[in-house]
Design a protein around this ligand. Structure first.
Ligand code: RP5
Length: 178
């Protein structure tokens, strides 16, 4: 399968470092095999935080329907992307040298309630499965009008969640509704 199955560039693959490409290249190869165009970019949560925020803030407008995000060690990239966009984030823990990727896995999977990251296996298997899952989600997408309405609702839910935290920043006081 080499022809374009889905028009445009509906998915992005981002990673915390060029050194993550050995792993994330498997996601790219999988999407290419399925005929799904995708953007590829290094965006580091720690070394280029402003770039991360700009990428996440522009992801929906750029037309991305999913972001595959790989990182290793203190792997904050997938979670911070998810915090700034309602485009689904598929997290791939990169196998780290010191702790074999268990650090990456726990860092990516242990998100607080309210900001989901779909987390896959460590390394190559996770990269391939993240690509397959993102492709399956694309294939199962609702029609464009429904998708737009759902995106608005998801963004409203996020806005309310943010306001609720900001309005209740003193833990000694009873929690107030927004
Ligand atoms: C993380 O630190 C990256 O995702 C990478 O897995 C890890 C090491 O990065 P380098 O020191 O190889 O650039 O941010």
């Amino acid at each position: 399968m080499t022809t374009q199955a889905i028009p445009g560039t509906p998915l992005a693959i981002v990673m915390g470092s060029r050194s993550d490409w050995d792993t994330l290249s498997h996601a790219s190869q999988t999407l290419t095999a399925l005929g799904i165009g995708h953007h590829v970019e290094v965006v580091s949560a720690h070394r280029t935080p402003d770039r991360l925020f700009a990428f996440a803030a522009g992801a929906a407008a750029a037309g991305f329907r999913g972001i595959i995000a790989g990182a290793g060690g203190a792997a904050h990239l997938p979670g911070m992307l998810a915090a700034k966009t309602v485009v689904p984030v598929y997290g791939v823990p990169v196998q780290s040298a010191m702790l074999n990727g268990v650090d990456s896995l726990l860092s990516i999977v242990q998100m607080p309630a309210g900001v989901p990251v779909a987390t896959f296996a460590i390394g190559r298997a996770g990269a391939i499965n993240a690509a397959l899952f993102a492709a399956q989600a694309l294939a199962a997408s609702v029609d464009a009008d429904s998708a737009r309405a759902l995106t608005v609702r998801l963004e409203q839910w996020r806005t309310e969640q943010t306001a609720r935290v900001a309005d209740n920043n003193d833990p000694r006081l009873p929690e107030r509704a927004p």
